[in-house]
Write a protein that binds this ligand. Structure first.
Ligand code: CP
Ligand code: NVA
Length: 301
């Protein structure tokens, strides 16, 4: 494992190794142990888009590991004025020990990995959100005691979260049923690969997807970068692609609910379902910290 660019970079073995390490690091911190696994290491955090969780959890995580995080707003860098990624990557590789990037195109993250010589971590692109999915799987295993054999259901836009959840769930040995409107399906390559697995189902009806689910997941209808389509998307998704009481009745008793946040109440999830599952959702948010620390230790340690 050299980089974390997308979920398919991880074998099942590597995925479980990361989850085990994340559990261990979480335990250590809860016991007040802050071991300097990354003493004197520096991580650059390049943000082209807004963030609360990703920025704070990476900065705090790096500090807890004895290293140093460097927040870099892409718009303040020469990259924002057109300096090529292949030059930026080669320069930053000489100062830093690793880079996390949040940007638009997956090709930008892939180029950093191609031209740089240090580990690259995808902190969200339009295609993937692997750090979030590691936290999600960690949370499910923590609450349900296992991943293998559980059914996940994802309702909403076939976006970065959908793409990465499909790959992550199937790699972990879960099944996953995804419901999106027509025209808002996950990425073609993800569907093609997932379709080889009998545990994958793609439908348009959320009530079909939710049946007997152990974990129900949703995300915003219009992601960062989709702002100009927000109104149009509202019309398409509203009234159907929502996690609500009816969906939860179709899911298994004691089904969990996850949301990567930020959440939009009464849009993709009702206030009632959100608050009934707030403990799970905020544990998921906390687990971003522990899961990413595991990634950092593996890649930079
Ligand atoms: N879930 C997530 O990535 O949150 P931020 O956009 O706040 O980083
Ligand atoms: N799909 C959302 C996730 C935010 C964490 C987005 O890309 O905006």
């Amino acid at each position: 494992m050299k980089h974390l660019l997308k979920m398919s970079d991880l074998s099942k073995e590597e995925l479980y190794e990361l989850l085990d390490l994340a559990d261990q690091l979480k335990k250590e911190v809860k016991n007040g142990e802050f071991k300097p696994y990354l003493k004197n290491k520096t991580l650059g955090l390049i943000f082209q888009k807004s963030s609360t969780r990703t920025r704070v959890s990476f900065e705090v995580g790096m500090q807890q590991l004895g290293g140093y995080p460097l927040f870099l707003n892409a718009n303040d860098m020469q990259i924002g004025r057109g300096e090529p990624i292949k030059d930026t990557a080669r320069v930053l590789s000489r100062y830093l020990d690793g880079i996390m990037i949040r940007t638009y195109g997956q090709d930008e993250v892939d180029d950093f990995a191609k031209y740089g010589s240090i580990p690259i971590i995808n902190g969200l692109t339009e295609y993937a959100h692997p750090c979030q999915i590691l936290a999600d799987l960690m949370t499910i295993r923590e609450i349900k005691g296992k991943l293998e054999g559980l059914k996940m259901c994802y309702i909403g836009d076939g976006n970065n979260m959908a793409n990465s959840l499909i790959v992550g769930a199937l790699t972990a040995g879960m099944s996953i049923s995804v419901a999106t409107p027509k025209g808002y399906e996950p990425a073609e390559d993800v569907i093609k690969e997932a379709s080889k697995n009998p545990g994958f189902e793609l439908v348009n009806d959320p009530e079909v997807a939710a049946k007997n689910a152990d974990v129900v997941v949703t995300d915003v209808w219009a992601s960062m970068g989709d702002e100009s389509q927000a109104e149009e998307r509202m019309k398409v998704f509203q009234g159907t692609y929502q996690v609500n009481d009816k969906i939860m009745e179709l899911a298994n008793t004691n089904a969990m609910v996850l949301h990567c946040l930020p959440a939009h109440r009464e849009e993709e999830i009702t206030e009632k379902v959100f608050e009934a599952h707030a403990d799970e959702i905020f544990e998921e948010a906390e687990n971003r910290l522990h899961a990413q620390k595991a990634v950092l230790v593996k890649l930079l340690g």
